[in-house]
Design a protein around this ligand. Sequence first.
Ligand SMILES: [Zn+2]
Length: 109
Amino acid sequence: MASPLRTCVGCRQVVAQEQLVRWVVDPQNPSRILPDPKRRAPGRGAWLHPIEQCAQQAVRRRGFARAFRSGGITHDLAALLHVMPTESVADSVRQETQTESGSGKVETR
Ligand SMILES: [Zn+2]
């Protein structure tokens, strides 16, 4: 089953969309963006690895403004990191990686 590929607006890598968090423009405030963990929000989406490094790059390169074709997007790293659903997504990505590589410590319960 092939996953759709998406480009991370931070590091610009093209990866399966499961590795990325989708972001959309806040309908209440068009200068702000919100994570869309369920990937169901209407409108144009931007995709970002749920890690600080990619968030920093996205801010520096104004990647969200480019993705949304809107110069009005505020790139605020602190706000991004504050709302970014890092834990859950990073966990699931990490688990997939461990399963694929078959190495490392896998916690069992
Ligand atoms: Zn990235």
